[in-house]
Design a protein around this ligand. Structure first.
Ligand SMILES: NC(=O)c1ccc[n+]([C@@H]2O[C@H](COP(=O)([O-])OP(=O)(O)OC[C@H]3O[C@@H](n4cnc5c(N)ncnc54)[C@H](OP(=O)(O)O)[C@@H]3O)[C@@H](O)[C@H]2O)c1
Length: 310
C-alpha cells in the first residue's frame, strides 16, 4: 500500500513510518519543512512532501495516489498553544484533521487511521484539547472512509527529547520531579508498540471505530516517573513535587509571553487529566503484544540501552 503519514517526522509518526516501511509499504511523509532530517528515517526510502494541515491547498498533492492516511500531526510545544502563530488545538487538531479528511475523500483514499488520546475515554475537565480531538475524531469516523481512531496513552521512548532529558537528570539526582500531586492515572506504552498498532490498523480495514492503545499496567504519574528514574539510574528515586499553585502561577505568567512557554490549560492537561485505560484494546483487535512496563522502561532508559551509554 501507499501510505501518507502526517506528523511522520514527530515521535509517534516517525516510528509508525519506520514500521510501515519495514512491513513493505511505500510511505510518504507530510512535513512543514522542505527537507526534514529525521535520524530514525535516514537511509530509508521515504518520500517527503511539504505541506501544512492548516492549509488545505497543500494536502491534495500529499494524498494523491495514497491508499491510506495516518493522521499523527500535533502543533509544536504541545500542550502550550500559541494563538499568534495559529498553533492551537482548534487550528491543528480540529481544522487540520478536517482538511486532511476532505483531501483524503477527494483523492480516493480508502483507509484512515487517526492518532488520538486516551484522555477522551475518561471523564476529564472541559479543555480545548479534548474538544478539538473529539471533533477531529468525529470528522474521521463520519468520513465515509473505513476509519479507526486509536486513543493512545502516554508514550515513552528513548528518542523523545523530554523523556531523554528526564532520564538523564534522574541519573544524577537522587529524586525525580513530579508536576502537581501526580495522582492521576495512566497506562504508559512503548513507542514501538504504538507504531505496531498503527501499522496493523492500516492493514486491517475491517477494524473501525474507537480503540484504546494502552500499556499493560495502570500506574499514577508519580509512580510512572519514579520508574523512569529508576530504570535510568538503576536505583530507587523518591519524588519531589512542584505544587499545583506554583504551576498555575507559572502558567498564568507564561501564557502572556509573545511566545508562550507555559499556560494554565497546559497545567490542567498535565496535572488533572485521567488516562485510565478501558479494556478491549490493541491486543484483542489488532493482535499487538504490548511490552511490560518494566521491560520497556529498561529498554528505553536503562544503562547501555537505547540512547543511554553505560
Ligand atoms: N507523545 C505522546 O505521549 C502521545 C500520547 C497520546 C497521543 N499522542 C498523539 O499522537 C500524535 C502525535 O504526537 P507526537 O507526540 O508524535 O507529536 P510530535 O512529536 O510533537 O510531532 C508532531 C508532528 O506534527 C507535525 N506538525 C506540526 N504542525 C503541523 C502542521 N501545521 N501541519 C502538518 N504537520 C504538522 C510535525 O512535523 P513538522 O515539524 O515536520 O512539520 C511533527 O512531525 C498526536 O495526535 C498526539 O496527540 C501522543
Amino acid at each position: 500500500m501507499r501510505v501518507l503519514v502526517t506528523g511522520g517526522t514527530g515521535l509517534v509518526g516517525r516510528h509508525a513510518v519506520a514500521r510501515l516501511q519495514a512491513r513493505g509499504h511505500a510511505v510518504r511523509v507530510l512535513s512543514r519543512r522542505a527537507c526534514p532530517d529525521v535520524p530514525l528515517l535516514r537511509g530509508l526510502p521515504v518520500e517527503f512532501v511539504q505541506g501544512d494541515v492548516r492549509d488545505p491547498t497543500t494536502l491534495d498533492a500529499a494524498c494523491s495516489g495514497c491508499d491510506a492516511v495516518v493522521l499523527s500531526h500535533q502543533f509544536p510545544r504541545f500542550p502550550v498553544e500559541n494563538q499568534r502563530r495559529n498553533e492551537t488545538f482548534d487550528a491543528v487538531d480540529r481544522q487540520g484533521t478536517t482538511h486532511c479528511v476532505q483531501a483524503a475523500q477527494a483523492n480516493g483514499v480508502w483507509r484512515l487511521v487517526y492518532v488520538s488520546g486516551s484522555a477522551l475515554s475518561a471523564p476529564n475537565p472541559d479543555h480545548p484539547g479534548i474538544r478539538a480531538k473529539r471533533a477531529a475524531e468525529q470528522a474521521v469516523l463520519s468520513s465515509g472512509i473505513s476509519a479507526v481512531s486509536l486513543r493512545v496513552n502516554v508514550v515513552y521512548a528513548a528518542d523523545d527529547p523530554r523523556f531523554a532529558r528526564y532520564a538523564r537528570l534522574a541519573r544524577w539526582l537522587p529524586f525525580v520531579v513530579v508536576l502537581g500531586d501526580g495522582r492521576n492515572r495512566c497506562a504508559p506504552i512503548a513507542v514501538e508498540d504504538v507504531a505496531e498498532a498503527i501499522a496493523s490498523a492500516v492493514e486491517r480495514p475491517e477494524v473501525t471505530g474507537v480503540l484504546s492503545v494502552c500499556g499493560p499496567q495502570e500506574v499514577s504519574w508519580r509512580q510512572f516517573l519514579q520508574r523512569v528514574g529508576e530504570a535510568a539510574a538503576g536505583a530507587p528515586r523518591c519524588a519531589v513535587h512542584i505544587p499545583r499553585w506554583a504551576l498555575w502561577l507559572a502558567g498564568a505568567l507564561g501564557e502572556r509571553l509573545p511566545r508562550p512557554l507555559f499556560s494554565r490549560d497546559a497545567v490542567v492537561f498535565i496535572t488533572d487529566f485521567e488516562q485510565a485505560c478501558p479494556p478491549l484494546g490493541v491486543e484483542a483487535a489488532l493482535g499487538v503484544q504490548v511490552t511490560p512496563l518494566e521491560v520497556g522502561l529498561r529498554r528505553a532508559f536503562g544503562r547501555g540501552q537505547g540512547a543511554f551509554p553505560a
